[in-house]
Write a protein that binds this ligand. Structure first.
Ligand SMILES: [Zn+2]
Length: 306
């Protein structure tokens, strides 16, 4: 009933004053509360928990890394108008520090997990490439790749949503439990494949797998390569030097690497695997389907022995 009333109201407004539609929708906004997030995992968690009782918005365009993205002014203004902004914490999305957002509407979803965050030593290299230079801060950012942290962040999202819509707590709680169940099933399956991987040496293409490595006790070493850029001669030399002490047979990438990179690695006896962190919204599927595909890739590379 309430919704029909709103639609009728909007129709009248639009019919009477089409030129002022944008002003009406922002200044006297009706409808569900707007929840903005700084990355896709948080948007997915919020969508799963809230159902359709809030509007979840993650506005980063395709192809950007939301960790280092700087939203344009109009998008920042949207964040400023949101009823709730879900932050990842761990230094993720540095632009948050450079703008004014209402403290009362900000929720750092990893605040209660501070003791579990991973400090990054100063040896993470600065990356230079066509997509722009970047370096990584002093805390590892990809928190959700440790399922325990992902569950903690999902619970922080739940708490924030309950504060926003206390009347929906029962539904939110049931959906949180279903989400946790999915995450823990994924975790169990990853533990199984991690047991088969054992202490086999792994290479990672980008320093974003610290929580994943810790969770499953992988023997990993990271370089700082981009999937869509061909490594420079210097990067290949660095890899050769790394292989002297870390004789890996597999390299794990955030996305499909360049075919020439794949074949050159293959020539060195190194297979390539893709495990997408899913910081941005996937082109197809959702968070769980991407994580299950990541799992399948690992299971295929490390099958159970017969
Ligand atoms: Zn990087």
């Amino acid at each position: 009933m309430k919704r029909l009333g709103l639609i009728a109201f909007l129709l009248i407004v639009v019919a009477c004053a089409p030129a002022e539609r944008a002003d009406v929708s922002t200044e006297t906004r009706q409808g569900p509360p707007q929840v903005y997030t700084v990355n896709y995992p948080l948007a997915y968690f919020a969508e799963r928990i809230a159902g359709d009782s809030v509007a979840v918005v993650f506005p980063a365009p395709d192809g950007v890394d939301p960790a280092t993205w700087s939203p344009p002014a109009e998008t920042i203004a949207e964040y400023q108008r949101a009823d709730l902004v879900l932050l990842n914490g761990a230094g993720y999305a540095g632009w948050i520090q450079r703008v004014t957002l209402s403290e009362s509407r900000l929720v750092n979803t990893s605040a209660s997990l501070a003791d579990s965050l991973i400090p990054v030593a100063g040896d993470v290299t600065h990356s230079h490439g066509p997509t722009g230079d970047h370096s990584h801060g002093d805390t590892a950012i990809t928190t959700w790749l440790d399922v325990e942290l992902a569950v903690g962040q999902a619970r922080a999202v739940f708490d924030a949503l309950v504060r926003l819509r206390p009347e929906n707590e029962t539904g939110f709680r049931a959906r949180l439990l279903a989400l946790e169940q999915d995450l823990l099933e994924l975790d169990e399956a990853l533990k199984d494949v991690a047991a088969r991987i054992g202490d086999a040496r792994l290479l990672f293409s980008h320093p974003v797998y610290q929580y994943f490595v810790r969770r499953y006790s992988f023997n990993g070493l990271s370089v700082h390569w981009e999937p869509d850029e061909k490594p420079t001669d210097e990067q290949w030399r660095e890899l050769s030097a790394a292989l002297e002490v870390h004789d890996a047979k597999w390299m794990i990438w955030e996305g499909d690497p360049h075919p020439e990179t794949v074949s050159r690695l293959a020539g060195m006896g190194i297979g390539t695997l893709v495990f997408q962190p899913a910081g941005n919204r996937p082109a197809a599927g959702n968070y769980m389907s991407v994580m299950r595909e990541n799992l399948r890739v690992l299971q295929q590379a490390f099958p159970p022995s017969l």
